[in-house]
Design a protein around this ligand. Sequence first.
Ligand SMILES: Nc1ncnc2c1ncn2[C@@H]1O[C@H](COP(=O)(O)OP(=O)(O)OP(=O)(O)O)[C@@H](O)[C@H]1O
Length: 315
Amino acid sequence: MIEINHLVKKYGSHVAVDDLSLTVEPGKIYGFLGPNGAGKSTTMNIITGYLAATSGEVKINGFDVLKQPEEAKKCVGYLPELPPLYMDMTVKEYLDFVAELKKIEKSLRAGYVKEAMKITKTEEVSGRLIRNLSKGYRQRVGFAQAVLGYPEILILDEPTVGLDPKQIIEIRDLIKELGKKHTIILSSHILSEISAVCDHVFIISHGKLVASDSTENLLERMTGAQEIELLVKAEEDTAETAIREVAQVERCEKTESKEDGAVQLLVTAKKDADVREAIYHTCVEHHMPILEMKAASKSLEDVFLELTSQEGGTK
Ligand SMILES: Nc1ncnc2c1ncn2[C@@H]1O[C@H](COP(=O)(O)OP(=O)(O)OP(=O)(O)O)[C@@H](O)[C@H]1O
């Protein structure tokens, strides 16, 4: 479990993290989402003890990262944005070295390294120099050093940046697999990434937490009103008037039609009302064949923009 209380980080007069408080419960995959410069990396560097906060407190399983750094760091595996890989080492040499740095007992090291390579599917490249690996495999080696020693929490900073689409899918699958045994915090400015793998989202903007909710709830919260795009064969005015009369319909606006002789409507229902069946019956009654009817729901992208676009941009 991670508890962040009133965390502040200033670089000179610039406030990168601004009174951030949040709690991470065990066993879930958390997404840390925000535009470039929002303060994600700074926060992750503070949680992992790489950077000192200006004020505030971070506790990992009850250990204060500043006052009890060794105990706190033992609970966390960290994959920074640029993993600290030694290019002239083979994968196995590098992981042996990391095991030593993590002070894993000598008799257990070989077993732990083998397990980390197995989890991250890097066994087949164990004898190769890191410099000769593809970016995807290097990232896997970065994951291997993070999971080495079975830390309860994994912190991953932009883990798929710079990878090709196939590698991205592989790394996402790896994150989901790791999420079965670890609590994960994953930072990203890519929305599809967060919705693909995370159970819970923290949205951060200008160093402040602007939303914290399950991925599902966050979308639901922002889509209180249900919008439906409707394409019917009818006279323009008849269609609009008829649909407006449907119970629980709040608004009905005509938009540009995709087909000759058909009317395109954007129908907004009252909160939590499902008006699709009622629309069907009204259309039948008025002899207006339905050519298309679909929910025009908001994407996580819309939610994100709404929550983060209140103030000016970041550097
Ligand atoms: N060492 C530093 N000195 C001065 N300013 C810094 C330093 N590191 C970061 N910043 C500034 O602090 C703010 C937060 O940066 P941070 O890297 O934490 O953001 P981020 O959300 O991780 O963005 P990105 O996705 O671009 O890495 C930015 O405005 C950045 O310019």
